[in-house]
Each structure stands twice: as structure tokens, then as C-alpha cells.
Design a protein around this ligand. Structure first.
Ligand code: NAP
Length: 248
């Protein structure tokens, strides 16, 4: 049995993680810590899962690494500076592993991977991400990550710039330009989290679409990371390597 603590245990994602850990035969929910709780309750855990807030997560991670507890992190707001600090903290505790993933949905990770693989074969690639209207950021972190993967794959393959004859534009009509990839953000009542990647060549198109319908969809990815993190000392960004998806 592996003892798992959950930071942000009363939040939407944290509560779902507590349920998933409690149901898993090989995992034990050692502690559920929320805002104001004493972190000492998590001291006996082997792995801590953090779904808190961008303001809280770094302090939790400093504490985990200090205490030799591996961490699986879904909280957003990671910057290059934050990753650099984590690497520094982990260098002092070389046995500790931390996995940070902006998206734990296996379908979303596969969608990004399929899009990345297909992108060099098509002249045009555009992303449409569609979310509920309460979402604060646009484009979504997943769309931003997808655009970066597509741009890198196309640059590596030496693709020409995408054809686009637009000369006059109402600002925003062609979406945001992320690394040369157009990203369109839809905010619509009734939606949850969805993304389409449209690829086009002369005479054919290919569309890759992913729909997140429930937070439960993140749990297989979270549990896979919890089971893998102890064997991955240092910092792992993204779930691709945990799932055996190699970026070539
Ligand atoms: P949420 O419902 O607001 O949950 C956050 C919880 O963390 C709240 O209960 C909050 O308590 C608690 N908290 C705040 N500071 C804390 C601290 N220092 N220690 C322990 N708990 C603390 O948010 P959510 O929807 O679950 O999302 C949580 C994070 O995960 C966000 O950053 C979100 O963007 C991200 N997310 C990631 C994925 C992924 O796949 N990686 C998927 C969905 C969401 P109070 O309410 O009392 O402040």
C-alpha cells in the first residue's frame, strides 16, 4: 500500500482525487489537507497530490521536498522560474520525484500527441478550444501547449509558413498567433472543456477533437503519476513519459 496525501482536498479536483485514491486497492488516503489545515497531517505520506492554487502550490512543494515526500502536481500557474526553483530544491534531495502536468486527461494528452504527429504533413493547422464561460484564461493552457508542440514539430520538419492571404482583419478575427499557430477561443454556456485541431492540405482535412465531460476523466492520469513518481527522481514535466509517449 502507498500512503497518499491530497493538498486542496476540499476543492473540486482535490475531492475527486480523494475519492479515486480511496477506491484504489493499492493506495491509502493518508491525509486530506485544505486551506488552513496543518500540513504535519501529511508527514507520513509517500506521495502528495496538489490541486490547490497558483499562490499556494510552491509553498506546499517546498515542504514536500524538504520532508522527502514525492509530489504529483496538477495546479496551474507554473513558469520557467518556478520550474528552475523546483529543480534547485530537488538537487538538494536527489531521491525525491515531482511530476507536474497541466493536463492529466489521457484523451487530451493523446489529442496533443496526434496533432503534433500530424502537423508536419499538412499545410495548415488551426486550433479551436471551447470552454464554459467562467474560465478566466484564454487561450487555455492545453491549447497553448498544443500550439507549442505543433510549432516545434513543423519547425523540425522544415515546413513552410501556413498559407493565409488575410490583408484586412477585424482584430481577433483570425484568433491568437501562438508560435505561428492560430488559436481560437470559444466561451459558451453549456460547454465544459473541449478542443479541436484542424489540419488541412489540398483536397483533404483531418480533425482531432477531445471532449472533457467530467473531472473523473483526470483520475486515471493522476493515479498513473502517483504510482510512477517514486521511480522518477527529479522533475518530470507532463504525463507523456509516464504514459510511454515519446516525443521524437
Ligand atoms: P478549487 O475547487 O478552487 O480547489 C482548490 C482547493 O485548494 C480549495 O479547496 C482551496 O481552499 C484549497 N487550498 C488553497 N490554498 C491551500 C493550501 N495552502 N493548502 C491546501 N489547500 C489549499 O480548484 P480546482 O478546480 O479543484 O482546481 C485546482 C487547481 O487544479 C487549479 O490550479 C486548476 O487550474 C488545476 N486543474 C488542473 C487540472 C489538470 O489536469 N492538471 C485539471 C483541472 C484543474 P479554499 O477554497 O479555502 O481557498
Amino acid at each position: 500500500m502507498m500512503d497518499v496525501a491530497v493538498f486542496g482536498a476540499n476543492g473540486r479536483m482535490g475531492a475527486e482525487v480523494c475519492r479515486a485514491v480511496s477506491r484504489a486497492a493499492d493506495l491509502e488516503l493518508a491525509a486530506g489537507i485544505d486551506f488552513g489545515d496543518d500540513r504535519a497531517g501529511a508527514a507520513g505520506a509517500q506521495v502528495a497530490v496538489d490541486f490547490t492554487t497558483p499562490d499556494a502550490v510552491m509553498d506546499n512543494l517546498r515542504w514536500c521536498i524538504d520532508n522527502g515526500i514525492h509530489a504529483v502536481v496538477g495546479t496551474t500557474g507554473f513558469t520557467a522560474e518556478r520550474y528552475a526553483e523546483l529543480r534547485e530544491l530537488l538537487a538538494a534531495k536527489p531521491q525525491v520525484g515531482v511530476i507536474v502536468a497541466a493536463n492529466f486527461s489521457i484523451g487530451a494528452i493523446l489529442m496533443m500527441d496526434f496533432a503534433r504527429r500530424a502537423a508536419p504533413f499538412y499545410e495548415s493547422v488551426e486550433i479551436i478550444e471551447l470552454h464554459h464561460p467562467n474560465k478566466k484564461d484564454a487561450p487555455s493552457g492545453t491549447a497553448t501547449a498544443t500550439a507549442a508542440k505543433i510549432a516545434a514539430a513543423r519547425a523540425k520538419a522544415g515546413c513552410a509558413p501556413m498559407p493565409d492571404a488575410t490583408e484586412q482583419e477585424v482584430p481577433g478575427a483570425r484568433g491568437a498567433d501562438l508560435d505561428g499557430v492560430r488559436v481560437h477561443s470559444v466561451r459558451l454556456q453549456g460547454l465544459i472543456a473541449h478542443q479541436e485541431v484542424h489540419l488541412g492540405a489540398q483536397g483533404e482535412t483531418l480533425t482531432v477533437r477531445h471532449d472533457s465531460l467530467d473531472r473523473v476523466s483526470f483520475m486515471p492520469g493522476v493515479l498513473a503519476a502517483v504510482r510512477a513518481v517514486a521511480e522518477r527522481p527529479g522533475l518530470t514535466i507532463g504525463l507523456e513519459s509516464v504514459l510511454g509517449i515519446q516525443e521524437d
